[in-house]
Design a protein around this ligand. Sequence first.
Ligand code: HEM
Ligand code: HEM
Length: 215
Amino acid sequence: MYELVRGPLVWIAFIGFFGGMAYRFIAMALLARKDRVVYPTFDAKYGLRSLLHWVIPFAGVNMRMRPFYTLLSYTFHICVLVTPLFLMGHAVLWQESWGVRWWSLPQNVANVMTLVVIFACLFFMVRRLVRPEVRNVSFASDYLLALLVMAPFATGFVAHHQWLPYRPMLIVHIASGALWLLLIPWTRLIHMAWFVFTRSYMGSEFGAVRHSRDW
Ligand code: HEM
Ligand code: HEM
């Protein structure tokens, strides 16, 4: 079972992730070409100005109004992207499989970053339950998505600390990691790819057409 999960499943996950992302990019580019407003509205100056305001913490009014959420959201995103790429346990696998030597995080730093992701996902779920303005626009899929994001972090953490039998836990971990990668292109998690385009489009429309700010 372990060999099956560690071999073919990991291949399926990576091919599915990159293939799915490529498909979504091409489909979106073709769709945008059909629209008469999207491409002509893009404006490098206003697009970049908006991106800059949305990438820098606290540069926007909305972010300053919710300082704790902003801080948590930025920390969460750094941890969610950096931890899996620079984890010692993963670096060993890259080296075993491809001979690639990879820089890796000290184990206690990785543990803390993992806990940050788990805490942030729990926070996102609780926030959706208790804040009426967010609850009104929340669906069951939002909670499932937070659980999906959390799953490889929780299972990787438990496997590493060997709180449950190691091998079975690692199998569950790799399966959840594969699901994570496979579902990104087909769920709202694709915002990681759309962010640059949606933000620069909004910036362009607000700046060049409406002559106002969007942050
Ligand atoms: C799909 C292929 C994957 C494989 C083969 C894999 C394999 C492993 C292995 C061998 C460990 C080490 C356990 C130990 O230290 O004994 C581990 C830990 C971990 N993995 Fe993965 N993993 C995969 C995907 C992912 C993904 C997609 C994520 C997150 C997005 C992830 C997050 C983690 C975390 C957070 C830990 C441990 C955290 C800690 O040490 O505190 N893994 N993984
Ligand atoms: C460079 C990549 C990414 C960018 C620029 C980005 C950007 C954003 C933004 C702007 C938000 C909204 C935050 C707010 O309302 O203030 C958000 C929320 C979120 N993102 Fe990302 N993101 C990225 C990657 C990811 C990845 C890789 C994941 C996990 C797979 C992820 C999971 C989430 C989650 C769980 C939320 C919060 C959802 C909720 O409120 O329930 N993001 N992201």
